[in-house]
Ligand binder design. Structure first.
Ligand code: GLU
Length: 462
């Protein structure tokens, strides 16, 4: 058995598309079937290589691996022509040379008469040899199918047009190519956005004209923005890869997307294995779901806290590389991540918190330094240098004891030591627990940063 994802490479991979891909992938995994990737690039004007690359990169990032493909429709024009010729020779398709003007005025008068605009079949019997090619849609009867999400769908053939299957420039149209491919690629279940549901009856007539089996269908509702309108740019990022760039874990995004439109009781958190085990097309909601950025962020943060260290580092490394962080130049990364992950909101946030442990900074944040490095802090920083240089076993407990000792000796609160120490260590004051941070920064670097802070105070007060 097989399912497929069939994006058109005419823009970036949208998160709605990613969710469709996820549902088709889950169906394939659940049924121990193959997942096919097909790039629908027959529209040469609008298809771009950059968009193909974004689809491949996006699926790879999500971990939605395909067993077959990517197939490109642009490689299959001969096959489409073969099918179109067969339909013509069987009398199930015909050439039409109606002018644009004729079609336009027909349309206008149909609209004026409150009729559904539709080709009138004028060229059906003309046996022409050029023009566009139209499919001869049956006049009588109904097309009915069972949709896993929408239930029973039925439409009268009298409502359906003789659709164009070959344009005048010789290119086949979507409804024809999708049927040929889903047949040739032996797709059992077509899972796609419900913006295509009106195409399905036309496609079923094409399958039947060719004497082919009709696959099963599941039309997935759209994703809406938080205000109930169709999800668009003004609701935030739509491009799947911008979620990677903003520091989301693919597992968190997949979990969020699967819940958007599908449910298993009240359960919120699903590992990929659980999704595969529990996924059923019939549990996809029949009404559109609203995208909620805060919930996605919450999901991401909870995944950052709990996901296996192996998976976390795999995705964090991409962000560390982006920040040019050289892991040889600081503490063992896994231990550092265990320390930082608790308070990280995203992978970007986590990667940024790593910087101070691997890179030295040139200067302190000016505003912070003016506020924190008062003349009185100099003695405290000097105490830290002299006491900490005596610490042989460099760990957070010993560092903590040093801070406590200085507080006691000088009879000052923890903040009076902690604040200048934190700024000296981090350069911008953004660091978690000070003793742990100092442990990970390392003894030598800690001492040299404290000296740098003392120099800064000297330079201000000379
Ligand atoms: N290429 C179509 C699209 O991107 C999808 C076609 C289908 O899934 O049948 O909207």
């Amino acid at each position: 058995m097989k399912s497929r994802f069939a994006p058109s490479p005419t823009g970036f991979l949208h998160i709605g598309g990613a969710r469709t891909a996820l549902f088709a992938w889950l169906w394939a995994k659940k049924n121990e079937s193959n997942f096919v990737l097909r790039i629908e690039d027959t529209d040469k004007e609008r298809s771009t290589q950059a968009s193909v690359d974004a689809i491949l990169e996006g699926l790879d990032w999500l971990g939605l691996d395909y067993d077959e493909g990517p197939f490109y429709q642009s490689d299959r024009f001969d096959r489409y022509n073969e099918v179109i010729n067969e339909l013509v020779s069987k009398g199930q398709a015909y050439y039409c040379d109606c002018s644009k003007e004729r079609l336009e005025s027909m349309r206008e008068s149909q609209i004026a008469n409150k009729e559904k605009p539709k080709y009138d079949g004028c060229c059906r019997k003309k046996s022409l040899k050029n023009g566009v090619i139209r499919f001869l849609n049956p006049d009588e009867g109904h097309v009915s199918f069972h949709d896993y999400v929408k239930g029973e769908v039925s439409i009268s053939n009298s409502e359906l047009d003789d659709l164009i299957i070959l344009r005048s420039d010789g290119t086949p149209t979507y409804n024809l190519t999708v049927v040929v491919d889903d047949h040739d690629m032996q797709i059992d279940c077509v899972i796609r956005g419900d913006d295509h549901i009106n195409n399905t009856p036309k496609q079923i007539n094409l399958y039947e004209a060719m004497g082919w089996n009709v696959p099963k269908f599941a039309h997935v509702p759209m994703i809406l923005g938080s205000d109930g309108s169709r999800l668009s740019k003004r609701h935030g990022a739509l491009n799947l890869l911008s979620y990677r760039d903003e520091g989301f874990l693919p597992d968190a995004l997949l979990n969020y997307l699967v819940r958007l439109g599908w449910s298993n009781g009240d359960q919120e958190i699903f590992s990929i294995e659980e999704m595969i085990k529990l996924f059923e097309l019939k549990n996809i909601n029949n009404s559109p779901a609203s995208f909620n950025q805060e919930k996605l962020e919450w999901m991401n943060q909870s995944y950052i806290k709990t996901i296996s260290l192996g998976k976390l580092t795999e995705h964090l490394n991409w962000h560390l590389d982006r920040l040019n962080i050289n892991l040889d130049n600081g503490p063992e990364i896994n231990q550092l991540i265990e320390f930082l992950r608790e308070r990280s909101k995203s992978l970007v946030d986590l990667a940024q918190s790593c910087i101070m442990f691997y890179k030295d900074f040139e200067a302190f944040d000016e505003a912070q330094a003016n506020k924190t490095f008062k003349a009185g802090s100099k003695e405290v920083l000097q105490d830290l240098v002299s006491q900490l240089s005596k610490v042989n076993d460099w760990n957070s407990n010993n560092i903590h004891s040093v801070i406590e000792l200085i507080c006691e000796e000088r009879n000052i609160g923890f903040g009076k030591v902690g604040q200048p120490f934190r700024l000296a260590l981090s350069g911008d004051g953004k660091a978690g627990s000070i003793d742990k941070s100092a442990q990970f920064v390392g003894k030598e670097r800690t001492l040299s940063r404290l000296e740098m802070a003392i120099d800064w105070i000297n330079s201000q007060h000379n």
